[in-house]
Design a protein around this ligand. Structure first.
Ligand code: DGJ
Length: 721
């Protein structure tokens, strides 16, 4: 009764606050996102947080937060959507029209909320795909109209979420080439904070398309309310965080509206990319595990499937190789025990041979001097040695010194009346043009048709767009950012129809394409050209927040001064591979690597598909520790890296997570180099031994590193009876 009186009084003050319709709730196992309509029939987001036991109680909720705020009427903040009608009217007034829920299966449901302008024939549909067990929601929007001529869309968010908390803490990731994904956390202040990119061909470089948002106070790995989110889009993105004077936080996410006014034709559907988010009430660790499970099951191509270990020749040879040298390298791959040899850049073009990055890009025929017998011969030789053969391509790009440039100047993005602007001596092809899409498709299709035995592709994209102008788009130049990415997806869609299973690594001058939009078509990605194992700990650590281990490719190379063991241990954290001159290994190094690959093969299911627990962050201590626990809790793998640059005494044991307290586990060190001391040698545990899960999680495991800087340890943890 008291509550009713309170609501009544409140309604007198707040006018349109109270809902007219029963709530629409989008639920997962632990979270609920709830909408209601107000008296003007506008859709309001009334809640996003922990799911209630009794869904009837959602009807108590109210708020003033319009769910998908249009521009031009009474909105004083950043809008989710803005468009100009045929008559030049720049306003939109969205009213609730209806809701439909469809169940895809036991775990997945899609809620579609339709909003309509009450004067103009414009319809906006908000979609929410909820993954119950993974606690993940994908949100996207479809915009459509029935006016006589195109309307001009200037803002088109995928999602708008609103929070009413005391404080908000944002964790963002920034960087540059070779230093991707550096983490920063700060408290949001009033006004707008924007994280975005304007790179055109990729999302990631300076700012990464993902974030954590912690409520009230910074969350840790195990504590705190935190939303982890990312946009599935391989182009310009924008996240807007606006704190209003009433301390509401409005998070608007989607493609970057920058220079992207879109002329939407009557009845054409403008579909935004998916905004993917999960809400954890137990810190960042749980948020990551939610995303890992969702990604492997629903988003990444063959996410739950096998992955191949490989030897790449990029850092081993760069452009300097010929057929004989490659066949020699196959021996290295065979000796090591990897599944595949990957031939990187430099194998193609004849009029302008690809002997460096200044020529040849675009001319996808084998270079006759380097490869007189063609790819077919290489495939045969690799097969004869019992390994698979993979190949590098970069089909969206062109060097001015190429036949492609000479024959198809109209396929290239470049401004009229301005000098061409190069990056890595190359230009970007116009993927908005269907002829270019066909060319890119054909590059891959013709190669795979001729050599169906090719077992792997590395797809690169080494530059951003600058000074771009599409000869195909004519008056619609502002469509280029969006239509480029759609063109790329069209090609991948067609390729995947014909080649649904071929593993393809996504690469973009290091980690430029690390987004779930592209990962629908790719099995894995290259996180960075920086393969120094010390730096990689930070880079891989950050990617692990959002991507599962089997998608993150880590290669053991000669970069950095760390021991082979350290480099191997770091690479083993995710999907391990090599890019190194195997013939320069000592016998001891070769034997160590062969054993490491065997151990990896035995443990890869735990590393790829186990639950990941980040135990000690390299951002907080001068060491990093993490573990993967198989869902049966019978097996786990634990990694610990000492990253001090001068000796420090770290005595506190690392507390494990995710084990069964009632099980007994043997902890056994692997990746031990012959003649080197095994760790740990002091502390509560003094060697391979058996402990209860309870002990390992309450007291922990003492890993006092080696005597040298940058030491590391990997342990296999096995249930014993
Ligand atoms: C950039 C990639 O990140 C490297 O791994 C390598 O493939 C080069 N491109 C080749 O040009």
């Amino acid at each position: 009764m008291k509550r009713l009186i309170y609501l009544f009084i409140l309604s007198l003050f707040c006018g349109n606050l109270l809902a007219q319709e029963s709530p629409i709730f989008i639920e997962t196992n632990n979270t609920a996102l709830v909408y209601k309509t107000d008296r003007q029939n506008k859709l309001m987001q009334v809640y996003f947080g922990e799911k209630l036991n009794d869904a009837d109680e959602y009807s108590n909720l109210f708020s003033q937060n319009e769910a998908y705020m249009p521009a031009g009427m009474d909105n004083l903040y950043e809008p989710a959507i803005r468009l100009l009608h045929n008559d030049g009217n720049p306003s939109l007034s969205l009213k609730f029209e209806g809701v439909e829920v469809s169940r895809v299966d036991e775990n997945v449901s899609v809620t579609q909320i339709t909003l309509k302008d009450d004067v103009y024939p414009v319809e906006v549909k908000l979609f929410f795909k909820a993954f119950k067990n993974e606690d993940v929601i994908e949100a996207w929007t479809e915009i459509q109209h029935n006016e006589k001529k195109p309307v001009m869309l200037t803002h088109f968010a995928s999602s708008m979420l609103q929070f009413d908390k005391r404080d908000y803490w944002l964790t963002q990731f920034h960087g540059d080439w070779a230093k991707e994904m550096l983490m920063q956390e700060s408290q949001l202040t009033s006004g707008i904070k924007v994280i975005d990119s304007k790179l055109g061909t990729r999302a990631n470089k300076f700012q990464a398309p993902m974030f954590f948002l912690s409520m009230n106070e910074p969350s840790t790995e195990t504590k705190g309310e935190v939303v982890a989110a990312t946009l599935a889009w391989t182009g310009n993105f924008q996240f807007n965080f606006e704190i209003t004077p009433t301390n509401t936080l409005r998070v608007i996410s989607g493609m970057n509206p920058y220079a992207s006014e879109y002329h939407l034709k009557p009845n054409e559907i403008f579909k935004t990319p998916d905004f993917i988010f999960t809400y954890s009430f137990e810190g960042k660790g749980q948020a990551s595990r939610n995303l890992h499970k969702w990604a492997q099951k629903y988003q990444v191509l063959d996410g739950e499937g096998e992955r191949l270990t490989l030897l790449n020749n990029w850092e081993a040879t760069y452009f300097d190789f010929n057929e004989d040298r490659l066949v020699e390298l196959f021996d290295g791959a065979k000796k090591l025990g990897v599944d595949l040899f990957l031939l990187d850049d430099g194998w193609f073009a004849n009029k302008y041979p690809r002997n460096n990055d200044r020529a040849g890009l675009g001319d996808w025929q084998e270079n006759k001097e380097k490869l007189p017998h063609g790819i077919g011969y290489l495939v045969e030789q690799a097969e004869a040695k019992g390994i698979k053969f993979g190949i590098w391509i970069e089909p969206e790009m062109v060097n001015p010194k190429s036949e492609l440039y000479e024959n198809h100047p109209d396929w290239i993005l470049k401004l009229p009346n301005r000098p061409e602007h190069y990056s890595r001596n190359q230009l970007v092809l116009d993927m908005a043009n269907p002829e270019v899409q066909k060319f890119v498709y054909d590059v891959v299709d013709q190669m795979l048709t001729k050599h169906p035995e090719i077992g792997f592709i590395k797809w690169d994209c080494n530059r951003e767009m600058t000074n771009e102008y599409s000869q195909y788009l004519g008056e619609n130049q502002s469509h280029i950012y969006i239509d480029y990415v759609k063109g790329f997806y069209n090609v991948m869609e067609d390729l995947r129809e014909k080649y649904p299973e071929l593993p393809i690594m996504l690469c973009s001058g290091g980690g430029g394409r690390t987004d779930y939009g592209a990962m629908k078509y790719f099995t894995e990605f290259w996180p960075s050209d920086n393969t120094d194992a010390y730096d990689r700990i930070f880079i891989q650590w950050a990617y692990s927040y959002f991507f599962p281990a089997n998608t993150i490719c880590n290669h053991i190379t000669s970069m950095g001064n760390q021991s082979l063991k350290f480099r191997t241990d770091v690479a083993m954290m995710d999907k391990m591979g090599y890019d190194i001159r195997v013939e320069e290994f000592t016998d001891e190094e070769l034997a160590f690597s062969q054993q490491a690959l065997k151990d990896y093969d035995r443990l890869k299911d735990v590393i790829w598909f186990g639950d990941m627990y980040r135990l000690i962050s390299p951002y907080e201590e001068s060491r990093a520790a993490l573990m993967y626990v198989h869902e049966s809790k019978e097996k786990a793998v634990f990694f610990c890296f000492d990253i001090y640059t001068y000796r420090e005494n770290i005595t506190n044991p690392v507390k494990f997570q995710g084990l069964d307290p009632d099980k007994k586990y043997e902890v056994k060190e692997i990746n031990v180099q012959e003649g080197r001391r095994r760790g740990p040698f002091m502390g509560p545990n003094a060697g391979d031994s058996v402990y209860s899960g309870d002990y390992l999680m309450k007291i922990g495991y003492n890993v006092r590193g080696g005597r040298e800087d940058l030491s590391s340890h990997v342990y296999e943890i096995t249930e014993v009876n």
